[in-house]
Design a protein around this ligand. Sequence first.
Ligand SMILES: [Zn+2]
Length: 165
Amino acid sequence: MDKYQQSQKNKLFKTPPHDPYCLPRVEGSAVCPQCDAVYQAGNWTWNRPENAVVHDAQTVTCPACRRIADNMLAGTLMLSGGFLQKHHDEIIHLIENTEKTEMAEHALERIMRVTEVADDLMVTTTGIHLANRLAHALEGAFKGKAQYRYGDSQYGVNVTWARNE
Ligand SMILES: [Zn+2]
């Protein structure tokens, strides 16, 4: 394999960049003062298994609350097409329900904002998984076409979903 092939291979298999908001890791356990998420064994969750653990926990603002405070989104989902205008409320409903399900499983995956941009709808998220899951849910429920573009050097994803009629 020559140098060119090697560099192409590296590009292809490059591991996705880490979320800078998840570093540095917290030592021990912690509780977020804003959303009550609990940090334990390397993960932020909603579980509070033992009161004693939480009692000794430090107070650390979780990565999702920090992203919201800094307005630093990780995922963007742009919805467009004529179908969106006709089925606006159903689509919003699906987005809200999908967020609820995802957030119950993954405490750091949240919607930051849902904004109308001309005829389109922009949804920003604190995690890349939620943006992906929303697009999959839209395709599952309403068909249409989703496209995913991951950040090259930055942690993040841009997703578009469109359906014309
Ligand atoms: Zn929090």
